[in-house]
Design a binder for this molecule. Structure first.
Ligand code: ADP
Length: 504
């Protein structure tokens, strides 16, 4: 019998990790991948900033943290890395092997990970360069508990400098940079290079420089052994001026060389299972009855008319309220849907203009539309469980997770045909319905002459409302959506294959 290959080690460096700290899909991915990679022979430690909320949750959970690395001066103050295995209550995410970067001068402050009261922290470039620098040091030096990664997986601009710091240290530890959203690029002025231990000799367009400034995401995309992004469609879109946000040249170069791929995100089906989710009344594809109770409860929670009063579907929206997410398209398209008997519940926060516009719309349609401004994880679960539809009219979408949660919880997605939305939702055309492959509704496919606009969204909503009237057809569509695999299975294998290729 051949010996079992030893488990290999990956250091995942990220600014968010569910369930401890989350502002979007990045956290879900960072939190879910370790459990998916473990059976494939990869053990992950996640390096995460020691935000006060994270430290408090670890203390509350009784997670023992042991110091494994320290420095007297991390860009202006002392820093310690402490390691512990966090077990989530309820066992949803299972275990996370964490290394927390405790650097009070950078992370011990009020607000979210990036901002306070709507304003970015003024030193975000320092805070996340520090995270990246420590990630690189851990890979080079190893930790006091004798752990050294075989590979570093760096996420988004916040960890984008890890490959550069490794290069400057002369390290050959392989790196993978994953682009979760190319619109956020970690840009700052070259006067900061010295302060952040970045060499001026590498400040040129083939490395750190981006139009006279520094971009940490660009640096990562240039210096990483490989680049991945979170869906195959987004990988090819990134190489175009329309979607590349100025980094299309780097993306095209790495794509042409076969060094950039799109690996679709999955969802953590342990944490997100309508049959066991503690936030909802249980239901499943084979016994969907519980979904009605969730629907009723959601209508009541939003102060909406009870089921029976309005004939159309209940559409939910769970999103950051930004231009990317097409909130203006929603505001234009929803009146038609509401007037035709549909109901809408929105959970989101973001741009104050969109918050106001949605509030105005809800005031125009009392009983038919409700809006909850804020960020509320358990409520998001109740929304997917109660909704008939989840609306995702994004102008661009690297992967998108809300449509996956929607499918899995029987809230059929209505999506713009872009990026990962295109890759994950099979439109309810007559052919796809007949073949039993449809999982939702899509609009605006440019390849079919469409455009992502309010007209397209309105038309898709109309198609969904029509089909909703046919209870049998709706039930079949919902069953297909709920049983279509959206877990990490295939995608985790693709990461493991890529990691294995790099480590040899
Ligand atoms: P992005 O990362 O661009 O915001 P994704 O669709 O990839 O978009 O992931 C969004 C994640 O954040 C999902 O898990 C979604 O449920 C969650 N989310 C977004 N807005 C809220 C909110 N206001 N309250 C709770 N969860 C939210």
């Amino acid at each position: 019998m051949s010996p079992r290959p030893r488990t290999r080690r990956v250091l995942s460096v990220a600014s968010e990790c569910a369930p401890l700290i989350k502002t979007g899909g990045l956290a879900d991915v960072v939190g879910a991948l370790p459990a998916a990679l473990e059976p494939l022979g990869w053990h992950t430690r996640v390096l995460l900033p020691g935000y006060p909320g994270v430290l408090a949750q670890l203390a509350e959970a009784g997670t023992a943290l042991r110091r494994v690395w320290a420095t007297e001066d991390l860009f202006g103050g002392p820093a310690t890395v402490r390691r512990g295995v966090y077990r989530t209550t309820g066992g949803a995410h299972g275990e996370l092997d964490l290394m927390v970067l405790d650097a009070p001068h950078l992370f011990d402050r009020p607000g979210g990970p990036y901002s306070v009261d709507g304003h970015d922290h003024h030193d975000n470039h320092v805070r996340f360069a520090a995270l990246s620098w420590v990630g690189a040091r851990l890979a080079v030096e190893g930790t006091a508990d004798r752990w050294r990664p075989d590979l570093v997986h760096a996420h988004d601009w916040q960890a984008g400098l890890v490959p550069s710091y490794l290069k400057y240290a002369g390290s050959d530890v392989p790196t993978v940079v994953t682009v979760h959203n190319i619109a956020f690029q970690g840009i700052f002025g070259p006067d900061q290079l010295d302060r952040l231990k970045l060499p001026t000799w590498d400040f040129h367009p083939e490395a750190l420089e981006y139009h006279g400034l520094v971009s940490t995401l660009k640096a990562g995309m240039v210096h990483a052994s490989r680049v991945t992004t979170v869906s195959p469609s987004y990988a090819t879109e990134l190489a175009t001026p329309e979607f590349g946000f100025g980094l299309e040249g780097v993306a095209a170069m790495r794509l042409d060389r076969g060094e950039m791929t799109g690996i679709l995100n999955g969802i953590d089906t342990a944490a997100w299972d309508p049959a066991t989710d503690p936030a909802v009344t249980p239901f499943s594809a084979s016994s969907p009855a519980g979904k009605d109770a969730n629907r009723e409860a959601l209508l009541a929670e939003f102060g909406l008319d009870p089921a029976g009063d309005r004939p159309g579907p209940l559409a939910v929206v769970v999103t950051r309220l930004t231009h990317q997410k097409g909130v203006d398209l929603l505001c234009d398209a929803l009146p038609g849907f509401l007037e035709a008997g549909g109901t809408v519940a929105v959970l989101g926060s973001g741009d104050p203009g969109y918050e106001y516009a949605l509030g105005e719309l809800a005031a125009r349609y009392p009983g038919a539309m409700g809006v909850w401004i804020g960020y509320d994880e358990p409520l998001s679960h109740r929304m997917y469980a109660g909704g008939d539809l989840v609306l995702v009219p994004s102008r661009f979408e690297p992967c998108g997770l809300t449509q996956l949660y929607g499918q899995h919880y029987g809230a059929l997605p209505v999506v713009a045909a872009t990026g990962g939305l295109r890759d994950t939702v099979t439109d309810a055309t007559p052919e796809n319905l007949a073949a039993g492959t449809a999982t939702g509704f899509s609009f605006g496919d440019v390849r079919l002459g469409g455009a992502i606009d309010a007209g397209g969204l309105g038309f898709a909503l109309g198609r969904a409302a029509d089909l909703y009237r046919d209870a049998d057809a709706w039930g079949r569509l919902r069953r297909t959506a709920m049983t279509t695999p959206v877990d990490w299975g295939t995608s985790a294998s693709r990461y493991a294959d890529l990691f294995g290729e790099l480590v040899g």
